[in-house]
Design a protein. Structure first.
Length: 241
């Protein structure tokens, strides 16, 4: 082997796994390339994470997906690919320029027909979704300081059985620092909700790769004892803040 630098080894392993298992196709690679060419920062999920999101959506049978944090639409595309006919994905993005790049990328990938990009601060646009059908899967990957509010919104917009994924929860290990920056504080508060809310069963995993040491959290929305499931327009089971 002769390889001693852990970060270099993580990257080699990511390349190996991509080539053997993940196998991102030309459309996925094109989104990363055009996002970089447009000058957006290279902060999209890895191909392996993107494919994990696609598989989670398929495994859970998601028909409606909500993403917070679009960037150039890389994770959006992985998730949108998992949708069955008639499925929908709503993605929230603050930067109009990012939304424009994502729209072009999704159109080129033939996925724009099932995606709605909502431009603006997510905390301003999420309330517009309360009268829509619940979402089956949530991917939270925007400004980390607002992660606890995004988890709360996911609960409000969910149904029993919905899946919530929160990205970047390890942050190079800084998540253990109680005095960490506002992104760490937001992440810690979100993890506390995932670990303690009576309607959530959660876990969190550390990951390494080309982009270093990070991780993601995953939670399942539970039914509350004594609360009946949804029937027609009755949304009374919905979690209230
Ligand atoms: C890490 S990037 C998203 C990466 C994307 N999920 C992917 O993997 O391809 C975070 C995105 O969230 C957006 N963002 C930041 N603050 C936001 C907010 N308050 N509301 C909505 N989007 C926001 C940023 O502009 C950026 O495009």
């Amino acid at each position: 082997m002769g390889q001693t630098d852990p970060a270099a080894q993580w990257e080699l392993v990511e390349e190996y796994l991509d080539s053997r298992v993940v196998q991102p196709d030309a459309a996925a690679k094109a989104i990363v390339a055009s996002t970089g060419a447009a000058g957006l920062p290279p902060i999209e999920v890895s191909a392996a994470q993107g494919k994990l999101l696609m598989l989670l959506a398929r495994i859970s049978g998601a028909r409606r997906i909500l993403e917070i944090g679009t960037l150039g639409g890389f994770s959006t595309a992985w998730l949108a690919r998992a949708l069955p006919d008639g499925g929908e994905l709503v993605t929230c993005e603050y930067e109009p320029r990012h939304a424009e790049v994502a729209r072009a990328n999704l159109a080129a990938a033939g996925l724009l027909d099932r995606v709605t990009i909502r431009i603006g601060a997510a905390l301003d646009t999420l309330p517009d979704l309360v009268d829509e059908d619940p979402f089956d899967l949530f991917f939270i990957d925007a400004d980390k300081v607002n992660n606890p509010a995004y988890v709360d919104w996911a609960l409000r917009l969910s149904r029993p059985g919905s899946v919530i994924v929160v990205d970047n929860v390890v942050r190079g290990g800084s998540v253990v620092d109680p005095e960490g920056d506002e992104a760490v504080q937001g992440t810690r508060a979100a993890l506390d909700i995932l670990g303690s809310h009576p309607r959530l069963e959660g876990t969190a995993l550390q990951t390494v790769g080309r982009k270093g040491w990070d991780g993601f959290a995953l939670a399942l929305v539970l039914d509350l004892p004594g609360v009946q499931g949804r029937s027609g327009a009755d949304l009374s089971w919905r979690y209230e803040l």
